[in-house]
Ligand binder design. Structure first.
Ligand SMILES: [Zn+2]
Length: 401
């Protein structure tokens, strides 16, 4: 009898456990669905310019398309308007406008799925209609070509943040890459007078000052100059991976004090200090093939796709676990609290993501991990989008000039 009772008891306990797992699965999906989910950085516009249509199923070609945004529960997506240093004077501004026109054209062709929004009110209205609110973020201060009227025009066309630099420095702000590699002289580090005017003008307009990609000196100069909370749209934690694109603890504390929000990048190379070493070993093992692909002018992205197809297990082993992204998040929360962290995937701008995060469709798994780590429903809603909404509102409160 006793034995039977034990079996029955353990069976009942097993059923209870299974029931709990099912309830949790339901919880995270419902919570993710109900929350306003914001991703502050996606680079798919460049692929659209190259001819891809995100209204079609692009699985296997990109991280993003409209159906997968929907599946991932992404309510607000900031699309990056990006160019490299070859788009400087005479070219950068026009290329930025072309990308904005491209986003507007996608929205015009898909009015039932997405709307380009410029204000917090338009954002909330769009999300209520169950459409994706698309926003514009300019990545690289060189695209204003040292001209404040170009900054105004980009704002008028909908740009709501601008990274003061991309990897290249401008004449008025030094980049993280240049500062880290020592290619900018000490006297030229940080913001000059014009750089401070750019920050002030962004504050006046209500365009968020984005400190991803900027050098440490530029970061401190901008934090001292801005009168509004800043955005860090796609960076990670230097304390976990000392990469020049990541923020150190003093910078994280400064963003917290400023009321800003750091949105975590999903790139394996920013998350995982060992990723580069594993990637180099992979490349050494397959050097001959990679050289041939390069000689055929294959891009970095195409080579990454080739690697995933040719050596699926090895390519999978390069990726860090999803838990590492959550470790970066925990680090920021421990330092400055839950009000200063969000998500800025960098999907379609990066070649490797943590395991399980294959595309924008997998965003709900982050909510699942947050629940598993004991974050409350209220905190999860802040991380997924509430913090960004606060930041957007604060920056939108402007005295018209
Ligand atoms: Zn970037």
């Amino acid at each position: 009898m006793k034995y039977k009772g034990l079996v029955a008891g353990s069976l009942a306990f097993g059923a209870f456990l299974l029931g709990n797992v099912a309830a949790n699965a339901q919880n995270y999906k419902t919570l993710h669905e109900k929350a306003i989910v914001v991703d502050t950085h996606n680079d798919v516009l460049i692929s659209v310019l190259e001819g891809l249509d995100i209204a079609k199923d692009l699985t296997g070609k990109t991280h993003s398309d409209l159906a997968r945004f929907k599946k991932g529960g992404v309510d607000v997506q900031i699309f990056s308007v990006w160019s490299d240093e070859t788009y400087g004077m005479g070219r950068g501004f026009n290329f930025a406008k072309l990308q904005i026109d491209t986003l507007n054209a996608i929205a015009a062709r898909n009015p039932d799925k997405m709307v380009v929004v410029k204000t917090p009110e338009e954002l909330l209205k769009t999300v209520k209609l169950k459409k994706m609110a698309a926003m514009i973020g300019v990545e690289g201060g060189h695209m204003i070509e040292d001209n404040l009227s170009y900054l105004d025009e980009l704002y008028n066309r909908g740009a709501r943040y601008m990274t003061l630099t991309w990897n290249n420095s401008t004449s008025w702000a030094s980049s993280a890459k240049d500062e880290a590699e020592g290619t900018v002289p000490n006297a030229k580090k940080g913001l000059n007078d014009f750089g401070r005017q750019v920050v002030q003008r962004m504050n006046e307009l209500g365009m968020m000052v984005d400190l991803s990609h900027v050098g440490e000196q530029t970061f401190w100069d901008a934090i001292q100059t801005t009168t509004k909370p800043v955005i860090v749209s796609h960076s990670c934690v230097h304390g976990i991976n000392p990469h020049f694109r990541n923020l150190n603890d003093e910078q994280i504390k400064a963003v917290g004090k400023n009321g800003g929000v750091i949105h975590l990048n999903f790139f394996s190379g920013f998350l995982d200090p060992a990723f580069e070493k594993r990637q180099k070993a992979f490349m050494t093992r397959h050097q001959a093939e990679i050289d041939s692909l390069r000689q055929l002018n294959k891009s970095r992205d195409e080579i990454a796709v080739w690697a995933a197809n040719a050596y699926p297990q090895e390519a999978a082993d390069l990726r860090p676990p999803l838990a590492l992204l959550l470790d970066h998040l925990d680090h920021i929360v421990k330092l400055v609290g839950v009000d200063h962290v969000g998500l800025g995937s960098d999907f379609d701008g990066i070649t490797s993501t943590p395991k399980q995060l294959d595309s924008v469709a997998d965003m709900p798994l982050i909510t699942k991990e947050l629940l598993a780590r004991g974050y409350s429903k209220k905190d999860i809603e802040k991380i997924l989008g509430g913090n960004f909404l606060r930041l957007f509102r604060e920056n939108s409160k402007v005295q018209k000039s």
